[in-house]
Design a protein around this ligand. Structure first.
Ligand code: URA
Length: 246
């Protein structure tokens, strides 16, 4: 791909803007030698204003989503995309969140511009567990573990039961829940179904990938090993019987 188009697609500006960047000598190699628009160079050899060019398409980012920001692109309030450099919003193909977290939920959120990878992560076939830690308004009753594991719980205004989910009780009002689906407000509604209320919710893992020590609002690109870790089998929440699916 020609350099102007490559750099424009990474969100640095229109093709016209990028052509100007070349004329101004802002596009260089790692040693500061000016590059020209028709040069043939490796991606890693391209610097803009002395900084390495952003990664090529096919990226997966992880963020520790803070409270109070939404995963939507259109919300008039603060959105997760505001926490990335502005040009990441202008990338083509576009970067999207892999599933969503509510405004009042914090924790592990992934972004990718790779539609196939996004589908692999969210597909029910992947059966990837998502782990949440919930702080509750009231003490657990004691029957939640069995209810959530039963595969019989039907959330209000739904007709299909939830897949079995596993619950670890960490304290009377603190629990870790591993679910395989991503229904609307699922964790809050599961606890609401037991007469409780989630006061604070954080996602700590997706598949085998843990949130680690990222500070709230911080993000970073995942390397191949970490992407593979997402799909490494962790304790499954349930066993999917695909023979039943036609
Ligand atoms: N379940 C919820 O209730 N909220 C989230 O953000 C994610 C899962």
């Amino acid at each position: 791909m020609r350099l102007v188009r490559l750099i424009a697609n990474l969100g640095y500006g229109s093709r016209k803007d990028v052509a100007w960047m070349f004329r101004e000598g802002r596009v260089t190699d790692p040693d500061g030698e000016v590059l020209y628009a028709d040069d043939k160079v490796e991606h890693a050899q391209i610097f803009i204003d002395g900084e390495p060019l952003d990664p090529p398409t096919g990226i997966l980012l992880m963020m520790n989503k803070p409270l109070g920001v939404t995963c939507s692109r259109k919300d008039p309030g603060r959105v997760v995309y505001d926490l990335l450099p502005p040009r990441y919003r202008a990338r083509n193909p576009a970067l999207s969140t892999v599933g969503r977290l509510d405004r009042d939920t914090s924790g592990l959120l992934l972004f990718t511009d790779d539609g196939a990878l996004l589908h692999r992560i969210i597909s029910p076939r992947a059966n990837l567990g998502k782990v949440y830690e919930a702080t509750l308004a009231q003490d657990l009753r004691g029957d939640e573990q069995a209810l959530f594991a039963s595969g019989m719980l039907i959330l209000e205004s739904e007709t299909t039961p939830l897949l079995p989910a596993s619950l670890d009780v960490l304290a009377p009002r603190h629990a870790r829940l591993r679910i395989a689906e991503g229904r609307y407000h699922q964790v809050r509604r599961m606890f609401a179904a037991t007469g409780n209320h989630v006061q604070a919710l954080q996602r700590t893992a997706i598949g085998g990938l843990q949130l680690d020590g990222l500070a709230p609002g911080a993000w970073r690109q995942l390397v191949a090993d970490e992407i593979a870790r997402i799909f490494e089998s962790t304790e499954p929440t349930h066993v999917l019987d695909f023979t039943a699916i036609r």
